[in-house]
Structures are given as structure tokens and as C-alpha cells.
Design a protein around this ligand. Structure first.
Ligand code: FAD
Length: 406
């Protein structure tokens, strides 16, 4: 019998970790493994807000895929998936096609814009190295442009972030650190710059412990972040954002709106005809797609329910990595002729949100709350642990966050 073809699409947390685990657990003569990704590099999505604000260079966030995998065991194809055809067991690429016996879908997320007028056309999203670099350059350009115009335009210096969830809060935290540097570099008075965080829910960081939320808001406000809470964004144009709060419409003149208020699974999975729920595939216990025994789904494309809360788990890197490790184990079983697959249960080890250099909030080890430096150090440890799993101590030394005081 021929070796089975395992095709992994997407080399984010879910895809790359599946590949790295499989290369350790399977011999070359047991399966043909192909990893497809649109870029030559893997990036840490959880650091993109730092790249977007300009507090961390994007080269720290990305790493070449060929340096992470054993190319004698895994065939890396740099290409863009254009269509998945699960009934034909095929993946179409911009430059070819692949047939599979087993498919791992790890194509990640895209922004959910909820039909808000002008948002798709006029707002930025933090979703890749390219989009983060664009935001950084756009903000810098506006600071540089400000003093070159006779009529100084306030929209150049009003930085608006849509959403005060995890990503929105982490991004405004970085902006709060970056803005004073930009003001100095471009001779712009600090009081001219506004960082405005607009959130529709009645609180920032919905779902977080109220004490942590209060700490986060106080810390950010002290560094100049303005919150508009309970404010529903209605429209975004080239030079303003319109929102409704307490039944009143208000406008902020801005040409920088960064949307961080919602994600859904990659739209290719809807186009492929998989059953989806809110743009994600409600996977079975063993992480296979409904009706397809040969398709595993990891990361933000997968929807898994939390039995305790009866709500879906929020998509996180933490869960994507665990799903990848689990899927590699299950694939190994299938390849070796064992059809008894294990069910997946996430082990939530904690959640830590950064508020900028040296500051963060989080809950770890079930219910231990962390604030400030200790939370920030914990976040760095979590990040370094991922790098250790992915590429050993060498990768930690090269890309890790080793300065716990910055
Ligand atoms: P991704 O990491 O998005 O990777 C998808 C991969 O697929 C990418 O490499 C992409 O290039 C590739 N790809 C996409 N489309 C195609 C295509 N058509 N063809 C080929 N390749 C394709 N989670 C946490 O647990 N902790 C955090 O602190 C945290 N912070 C975050 C901060 C920010 C700013 C953001 C945006 C998210 C954060 N998250 C965090 C969420 C976390 O990043 C995601 O849950 C995680 O990235 C999902 O991993 P994934 O493997 O599904 O997809």
C-alpha cells in the first residue's frame, strides 16, 4: 500500500505545530507530509499588535518555515490555497493542486465586520505581518505629514481602535507606549494625539474579572487612552468614525481606525461546503469536521464548545497549539492502522493580556490573578515556552522575550 498523503494547510500556530509534532512521531516511510502556507515564514499572531504599533520589529515575530521543519520529512509548499474540495480530497492552490488522504485545516482567522458601513474599506485589521506593517507605516506617515501641512489635520493624530476585547486592549497598550516616541521623533505635541478605544459592550474586556478590568482601564487611562464604552460603531469613512452612545450619534475625525472587535474562521472553509457556525467548523470530539473522517480542523477555523458554560471557547493560540499536538497524535494512530481516536479537551492554563511594556493582567492556575510586572513576566514566559516547543532553546534565544524588565 502507498504511504498516505497528509496535507496541512496554513502554518500558523495550529498548522506548524501539527507539522513539527508529526515529523517527530512518524518515520519518513510511514507518510508523505506536505505543509502549505502563503508565506515562506511562520509568524506569531499574538505579537502582531506590537508590530502594528511599532514597538517590536516584525522580523522578531516571523521565522522561516524551512528553519523550523525537517525538510527531509516534510515537503513545504509556499503557495496560497484557493479552494478546498473535501468531496474530491483535493486542495487547489494558486499554482497547482494537491490530493490528500488526510487534511489538516489550519488557515486561521479573518476579520468579522458585521456589515458595519465602510468598515471593510476604511479600517485596518491586525491579521498578518503585511497588515501590521501597513498600520505601523500608516501611523508614522501621518505623524510625518502633520507638520508638513499648513492646515493641520486632527484626523491624522486621532488613533481609533474598534473593540476593547483582548486584541484591542493589547493594541492600545502598545500605542500608549509608542505615541510619546512618535511625538518626539516628529515634533508633535503629545496633547494633540488621541488614542481612543471604542467598545459596544457595557465594559472593556468583556468576560474578564472586574478587578482586572478596572486595573487595565486605570493603567491605560493614566497613559492617555480614552475609552468610549457602550458605544456602537455605525460607520467608518476615509476621515471619520461615527458611533452611537446613549442614543446619540457622535463623530471622531480620524483616518486611522483599527478594527479589533471580531474574528471568524477563514472564509475558504465556508466556500468548501463544510458545516459552519459563525464562520467556524463545529468539529467533532476528535477534531474532525462533521461528515468528513479525513479532515481535521485546528485553531481559529475550529469551533469547540465549553460544556460548563455551554458557549464556544474563544479562539486562542493556546487552544490552537493544544489541538495541533492532539491532531498529530490522532494522525499517527490512523497512519499506523489504529482507528480509535482520542477526544480533545482543552486545558486552559491561564489568560494574560499585555497592557504595554512591563504591564499586563491575567488569571493563571485556575484563579490566581496577576497584575503589572508579574503578569507581564508570565506573558513572556508563555511566549518563550511556545518557542521552546516549536524550535528548542535555539529558537528561544533567537526570538524569545528574554528581557523581563522591558
Ligand atoms: P493563524 O495563527 O492565524 O495562522 C494561519 C496561517 O494560515 C497563517 O500563517 C496564514 O498565512 C496562513 N494562511 C491563511 N490563508 C491562507 C491561504 N489561503 N493559503 C495559504 N496559507 C494561508 N491568543 C492567545 O492565546 N493569547 C494571546 O495573547 C493572543 N493575543 C492575540 C493578539 C492579537 C493581536 C491577535 C490578532 C490574536 C491574538 N490571539 C491570542 C489569538 C491567536 O493569535 C489566534 O487564536 C491564533 O493565531 C490562531 O492560530 P491558527 O493556527 O488558527 O491561525
Amino acid at each position: 500500500m502507498n504511504n498516505p498523503n497528509i496535507v496541512i494547510i496554513g502554518a500558523g500556530y495550529g498548522g506548524i505545530m501539527t507539522a513539527v509534532k508529526l515529523q517527530k512521531s512518524l518515520n519518513v516511510n510511514e507518510a508523505n507530509i506536505t505543509l502549505v502556507n502563503k508565506h515562506s515564514y511562520h509568524y506569531q499572531t499574538t505579537w502582531l499588535h506590537e508590530n502594528a504599533a511599532g514597538t517590536l520589529h516584525h522580523d522578531r515575530t516571523r521565522m522561516q518555515i524551512n528553519d523550523l521543519i525537517d525538510t527531509s520529512k516534510i515537503n513545504f509548499v509556499q503557495d496560497t490555497v484557493t479552494k478546498v474540495q473535501p468531496d474530491d480530497k483535493k486542495v487547489l492552490l494558486e499554482n497547482g493542486e494537491l490530493s490528500y488522504d488526510y487534511l489538516v485545516v489550519g488557515l486561521g482567522f479573518e476579520a468579522a465586520t458585521f456589515g458595519i458601513q465602510g468598515l471593510k474599506e476604511n479600517a485596518f485589521t491586525i491579521s498578518s505581518i503585511n497588515s501590521a506593517r501597513l498600520i505601523r507605516q500608516h501611523i508614522e506617515y501621518n505623524f510625518a505629514k502633520y507638520n508638513n501641512e499648513a492646515d493641520k489635520k486632527e484626523e491624522r493624530l486621532n488613533l481609533v481602535v474598534g473593540g476593547a476585547g483582548f486584541t484591542g486592549i493589547e493594541f492600545v497598550g502598545e500605542l500608549a507606549n509608542r505615541v510619546p516616541e512618535l511625538c518626539k521623533e516628529y515634533d508633535v505635541p503629545r496633547e494633540k494625539v488621541r488614542i481612543i478605544n471604542v467598545e459596544a459592550a457595557p465594559t472593556a474586556l468583556p468576560g474578564f474579572d472586574p478587578e482586572l478590568v478596572e486595573y487595565a482601564m486605570n493603567s491605560l487611562e493614566a497613559r492617555g487612552v480614552e475609552f468610549k464604552i457602550g458605544a456602537m460603531i455605525k460607520e467608518v469613512t476615509e476621515d471619520k468614525l461615527i458611533f452611537e452612545k446613549d442614543e446619540k450619534r457622535e463623530e471622531i475625525s480620524t483616518n486611522t481606525v483599527v478594527w479589533a472587535a471580531g474574528v471568524q474562521g477563514n472564509s475558504l472553509i465556508v466556500d468548501a461546503g463544510f458545516e459552519t457556525n459563525r464562520g467556524r467548523i463545529p468539529v467533532r470530539g476528535d477534531l474532525r469536521a462533521p461528515n468528513y473522517d479525513d479532515v481535521f480542523v485546528v485553531g481559529d477555523c475550529a469551533l469547540i464548545m465549553n460544556e460548563e458554560t455551554e458557549r464556544p471557547y474563544p479562539p486562542t493560540a493556546q487552544i490552537a497549539i493544544q489541538q495541533a499536538e492532539h491532531t498529530a497524535e490522532n494522525l499517527k494512530k490512523l497512519v499506523q492502522g489504529n482507528n480509535h481516536l482520542e477526544s480533545f479537551t482543552p486545558e486552559i492554563q491561564g489568560t494574560v493580556a499585555s497592557l504595554g511594556h512591563n504591564d499586563a493582567i491575567g488569571v493563571v492556575f485556575d484563579d490566581k490573578k496577576l497584575f503589572g510586572w508579574s503578569a507581564s513576566a508570565m506573558k513572556k514566559l508563555i511566549d518563550n515556552r511556545y518557542l521552546l516547543k516549536l524550535g528548542g532553546i535555539g529558537l528561544v534565544l533567537k526570538k524569545g522575550k528574554l528581557n523581563f524588565f522591558k
